[in-house]
Design a protein around this ligand. Structure first.
Ligand code: PFF
Length: 464
């Protein structure tokens, strides 16, 4: 039985809560606080939110449950796990394991940017107003000046990467589980506290309406497709799906813990924090811009440029800004830890290495690839790959190409080759009932593969 194949000696999470908090820590990250609000703002607020929630409880849930179940049943990291299910699918394991190798370095670079902001908020805020300091350039020049340098982003990247690898060196229980149990409750407190504060600002209710109430007027088929594809892409990113993380964390999960329930909790955590982050950012920007929704269309710079402007105009802005960037830094750290742990677990298993040696190799890989991302915005800015900076290129190939392909092949493997009973049996190991069994079957066999094909084709179709 594959169940018995799970190695008894493998160190895992010590409790169900430990697993849920660590997996939620992986899921809740920059995706929730930096990416989700700007996508929600770009794709019409309420409509995007509604679509995202529907997709999260169906499509996201099924894929997340499948990955955790694969990990727990095989007790292996991603390459070993897929090979054990079906030898022909071992390339899928390799492809999935390449994703965190690409993402971890640039994720730590962005984590470094967040640390830089936290540092500015903790210290002298005037730094943020470097350059002309005029109202509309506050934050803009700081951001472009900062990422345009080689030295400072390198220092903050190294601090962030160092912290991440340190926790991974300490191991699953002593490092990851212990830190998640402290940081996750703190993260929830900060998110709830800041959102309550921003919602009490005068004029925030208009922004809240834009964010929460779907407005379908002028919604064409092409807009619908684009919104759905963006919501699905965001789900992968946000739930840490299709990159081997949840297979790895599943392999550390105890057999007696309720799988379906745990996955529901992770999902609730992840979606809850994303929705709350939007509730902080969208109304705050609305208040700041005097109700002008176009201020929300800042895209990726919403958090790094628009928000500092918002905090600046707010009573107690320095305190709120500090709390906010602390929140983002903690969220990014727990996610980076899971990304790095996935790489480490693969190296340990494949090359029969000790944890410390695998951590050193992971650090080395991240250093080299991360420096490409840092320098791509500064000293080497004239070098591009397919017209993109290194960081954007890494983000594009992992999120837009590799992850949908991994998810599609996983659906084919579990939905059609091994059959969904593979997952269902694992869920029933720790529970008498599997309430979402039918949902899982429909999702994995039909809906998810079609969604994946839509994600992969949307850029081409909408172009045409
Ligand atoms: N799920 C985490 C986040 O939302 O930030 C971690 C993560 C997943 C980061 C996927 C990056 C990524 F491409």
């Amino acid at each position: 039985m594959a169940n018995q194949a799970k190695t008894e000696s493998k160190a895992g999470f010590g409790s169900k809560l430990g697993f849920i908090l660590a997996a939620a820590g992986s899921a809740v990250g920059l995706g929730n606080i930096w990416r989700f609000p700007y996508l929600a703002a770009k794709y019409g607020g309420g409509v995007f939110l509604l679509m995202y929630i529907i997709l999260a409880v169906t499509f996201g849930f099924s894929l997340l449950l499948t990955e955790v179940a694969i990990g727990r049943r095989t007790g292996k990291s991603v390459i070993g796990a897929y090979t054990e299910i079906n030898r022909k699918f071992s390339p899928l394991g390799w492809l999935a394991s390449a994703v965190p190798v690409i993402i971890t370095p640039y994720y730590c670079v962005i984590g470094g940017w967040v640390l830089r902001y936290l540092w500015a908020y903790l210290g002298n805020l005037r730094e943020l107003a470097a350059g002309t300091g005029a109202e509309n350039t506050f934050g803009t020049e700081f951001f472009s000046d900062f990422i345009g340098q080689a030295q400072s982003p390198t220092v903050f990247f190294l601090i962030f990467l160092g912290l991440t690898v340190l926790v991974v060196i300490l191991g699953v229980q002593k490092g990851i589980e212990r830190i998640s149990k402290v940081l996750m409750p703190l993260l929830v407190l900060l998110t709830v506290g800041i959102s309550i504060y921003t919602l009490t600002l005068k004029g925030a209710s208009e922004g809240l309406k834009y964010y929460l109430l779907p407005n379908f007027s002028g919604f064409t088929l092409s807009k619908f497709l684009k919104t759905a594809a963006a919501a699905m892409g965001q789900l992968f990113y946000s739930m840490s799906i299709a990159m081997g993380i949840m297979v790895t964390y599943g392999s550390y999960m105890r057999r007696e813990d309720h799988l379906e329930q745990s996955v529901r909790h992770i999902e609730l955590f992840d979606t809850g924090i994303a929705v709350l982050a939007g509730m902080i950012i969208v109304p705050a920007v609305f208040v700041f811009s005097g109700g002008d929704a176009s201020a929300l269309n800042a895209g990726p710079s919403l958090m790094f440029i628009t928000l500092p402007n918002v905090f600046r105009s707010m009573a107690g802005g320095q305190l709120v800004g500090t709390a906010f960037f602390l929140l983002v830094a903690l969220a990014a750290l727990t996610s980076a830890i899971s990304l790095a742990e996935t790489v480490v677990s693969i190296i340990m298993e494949r090359f029969h290495m000790k944890r410390l040696a695998a951590c050193c190799i992971t650090f080395g890989i991240c250093l080299v690839l991360g420096m490409l991302s840092v320098l791509g915005y500064s000293s080497w800015s004239e070098i591009t790959v397919f017209g993109m900076q290194f960081l954007d290129f890494f983000d594009f190939i992992s999120n837009n190409l590799m992850m949908p392909i991994v998810a599609l092949l996983t659906c084919i493997l579990i939905g059609w080759v091994a059959k969904t009973s593979y997952v269902e049996e694992e869920v029933r190991v720790s529970a008498q009932k599997f309430r979402a069994a039918l949902l899982l079957r429909i999702m994995l066999k039909y809906v998810c593969p079609v969604c994946m094909i839509i994600i992969l084709l949307t850029p081409f179709v909408t172009e045409i």
